[in-house]
Design a protein around this ligand. Structure first.
Ligand SMILES: NC(=O)c1ccc[n+]([C@@H]2O[C@H](COP(=O)([O-])OP(=O)(O)OC[C@H]3O[C@@H](n4cnc5c(N)ncnc54)[C@H](OP(=O)(O)O)[C@@H]3O)[C@@H](O)[C@H]2O)c1
Length: 311
């Protein structure tokens, strides 16, 4: 299962599991990346906004130079940050420079909004009153039009989006010449986002599931059906939460800077059976019905992105 891949609409193979690098501290992330590649990961997810792409790049370089893996065998993901959404090629160039690469395998629009490119901070510009400096009349479709042009540069093999709700996808798709290869969204049994997953499946857009453990500290480990399925298979709750995405046809991203966990996560994927998925899906359905889904990652942009739990 550690070697399982899915096919993107570009024809590329994408691994079913990848290493996340958000909040992976400088001083730790180089080792995490090079260790991950050594133990068999072939997908590394990063972003300009994470502020650690230089170290991610050092980790990649270490693995390439030690002969553990070749550049062409690793699927590297980066994302354009919201202050660069009118300057996506510049955003990509900055990421490539930090990563020490001449291309990424997938470049995503991190969030569909524009923060002031000329504001008082490169990543999180603020207005004098302390609110985030957001250009509110900007149309996210314009960012996608710029993303489409990147393919001809050879600096990315594929383009996609992240944090796109069904509503935002429906605004984007009629104007898209290139269908996004991926939509990277928060996804776990407490936030199934089935309406997005179903639309993406219908349109040939691959889902990359982020924060599968509930993000920092893994709050999803406690969820009752997760514990139940883990006990049934004598595996950890982390194994269940990661494996849950495979029958859904999605790639899952797990962040860790702890060597034992990095290794354990990759090798923890198991086949969940219909009964397991029924239990997990039943739990999700109830949360949706009761309006109790749990979104762990939602930066306070003050923008309605069209997620039903955040209207
Ligand atoms: N597109 C977006 O907007 C977006 C947003 C969020 C995340 N992401 C991507 O998705 C990745 C994963 O999401 P995430 O970082 O939010 O959270 P996550 O992977 O759900 O959870 C990470 C947390 O779980 C811990 N952990 C990892 N494996 C474990 C295990 N086997 N047992 C116990 N604890 C474990 C980690 O601790 P240690 O590191 O201390 O081991 C860390 O505290 C990110 O790193 C990023 O690449 C993308």
């Amino acid at each position: 299962m550690a070697n399982k891949t899915f096919k993107l609409n570009t024809g590329q193979d994408i691994p079913a599991i990848g290493l996340g690098t958000w909040q992976s501290a400088p001083g730790q992330v180089k080792t995490a990346v090079s260790y991950a590649l050594k133990v068999g990961y072939r997908l590394v997810d990063g972003a300009y906004c994470y502020g650690n792409e230089d170290e991610v790049g050092e980790g990649l370089k270490e693995a390439f130079e030690s002969g553990v893996v070749k550049r062409e065998d690793v699927f590297v993901v980066s994302k354009v940050w919201a202050t660069y959404n009118t300057r996506v090629e510049l955003g990509l160039d900055k990421s490539l420079k930090s990563l020490g690469l001449d291309y990424v395998d997938l470049f995503l629009v991190h969030w569909p909004l524009l923060m002031n490119p000329e504001g008082n901070d490169d990543k999180f510009p603020k207005l004098p009153n302390g609110e985030r400096d957001i250009i509110r009349d900007y149309n996210h479709v314009d960012t996608w039009k710029q993303m489409e042009k990147l393919l001809a540069t050879g600096k990315t093999k594929a383009i996609g989006v992240s944090n796109y709700s069904k509503r935002y996808l429906e605004q984007l798709l009629p104007h898209a010449t290139v269908i996004p290869a991926v939509n990277q969204i928060e996804n776990h049994p407490s936030l199934p986002q089935q309406e997005i997953v179903d639309l993406c499946k219908e349109k040939g857009i691959h889902i990359m599931a982020y924060s599968p453990l509930g993000s920092t500290g893994g709050p999803m480990f406690e969820a009752e059906p997760v514990v139940k399925v883990a006990e049934k298979h004598s595996v950890t709750p982390a194994a269940v939460l990661l494996s849950y995405h495979i029958p859904r046809g999605s790639t899952v991203l797990a962040k860790s800077v702890t060597p034992d966990r990095i290794k354990e996560n990759l090798h923890s994927l198991i086949d969940l059976d219909d009964e397991d998925m029924k239990l997990l899906n039943g739990y999700s359905d109830n949360l949706v019905k009761e309006g109790k889904v749990k979104r762990y990652v939602y930066p306070p942009f003050g923008v309605q992105f069209g997620f039903p739990d955040k209207l």
